[in-house]
Structures are given as structure tokens and as C-alpha cells.
Design a protein around this ligand. Structure first.
Ligand SMILES: [Zn+2]
Length: 149
């Protein structure tokens, strides 16, 4: 039997005895008990909410410790994934601003990545070198003929 039910039963018994003062004390205690139960419920709810926030922070910290900035490209990778032989770049804006690990989309050329959310692009040295070589070939092909060529 719960606290409130016990208090109600006690109040009934005291009422039968006819001691008004004792009866009033019991009713007052019953009210206090209801207030305490209500407060207890609120504290449990607050406690649950705080535990959830701690868990969120713990997960965020775990990802934070796993994230590694890659100078070549200017994006992030996860150390754990790198150790597993995976190469997944993460958007630096999504991570630093929104604390979301959003993988970048690879482009058609090697070393080219883009974030669909930020519409930002990231190029590695390999991409720039590939572009440079492509431009060189293109320039050679389209170079105008000179009297000396
Ligand atoms: Zn982004």
C-alpha cells in the first residue's frame, strides 16, 4: 500500500476516534506527502533529462576525440575509421559549427569532395595536381600555332 493510501486509512481511523486535532494533523501530513511525491516526480524527470544530456555530451566527446583535422583537403576524418583502412572525409563546417559528423560527397575526380548542406568544396593536393596536369595537356592541345612551332 502506498503512502497516500496509508495516510487516508490513518485519517479514517483517527476520524473514528474523534480526535479532531489528530485528524487535522494527518490531513496536513497527507497534503505534505502529495507535495513530496509531486516534487519527487519532478526530480526524477529532471534527473532523467540530465542523464540524457550527459550521455549526449559523452557521445559528442567520444566523436570529438576520434575526429582528426586533415590539412590536405581541410576536412576531418575519424581516427578509428582511418585505422580500419577507411577514408571518409567529414565536413569541417558541419562538425565545428553544428557538431554533426556529416560525410562529404566524393566528386568525379580523385580528391574532390563537397558538402551538400553547406555547398562547400574541398580539394586535396592530389586533386590540384590532377587539375594542373589536365590543364597542361589542354593548353598544349589548344596552344595556337606560331611560326616557330
Ligand atoms: Zn557541411
Amino acid at each position: 500500500m502506498g503512502l497516500i493510501e496509508n495516510a487516508k486509512d490513518a485519517a479514517k481511523l483517527v476520524q473514528q476516534i474523534g480526535n479532531l486535532e489528530l485528524y487535522e494533523k494527518l490531513v496536513s501530513m497527507q497534503t505534505d506527502a502529495i507535495t513530496m511525491l509531486d516534487e519527487n516526480w519532478k526530480l526524477k524527470d529532471e534527473n532523467r533529462s540530465l542523464k540524457e544530456k550527459i550521455e549526449e555530451q559523452r557521445k559528442l566527446l567520444e566523436i570529438s576525440e576520434d575526429m582528426e583535422y586533415v590539412q590536405d583537403g581541410g576536412f576531418y576524418v575519424k581516427k578509428s575509421e582511418k585505422n580500419d583502412g577507411k577514408s571518409i572525409p567529414y565536413c569541417p563546417l558541419c562538425w565545428t559549427v553544428n557538431k554533426i559528423a556529416a560525410p562529404l560527397n566524393p566528386g568525379s575526380a580523385i580528391g574532390f569532395y563537397a558538402c551538400n548542406i553547406h555547398k562547400s568544396q574541398y580539394h586535396t593536393a592530389a586533386y590540384r595536381e590532377h587539375q594542373r596536369q589536365s590543364n597542361e595537356k589542354l593548353n598544349k592541345r589548344t596552344a595556337p600555332l606560331t611560326p616557330w612551332s
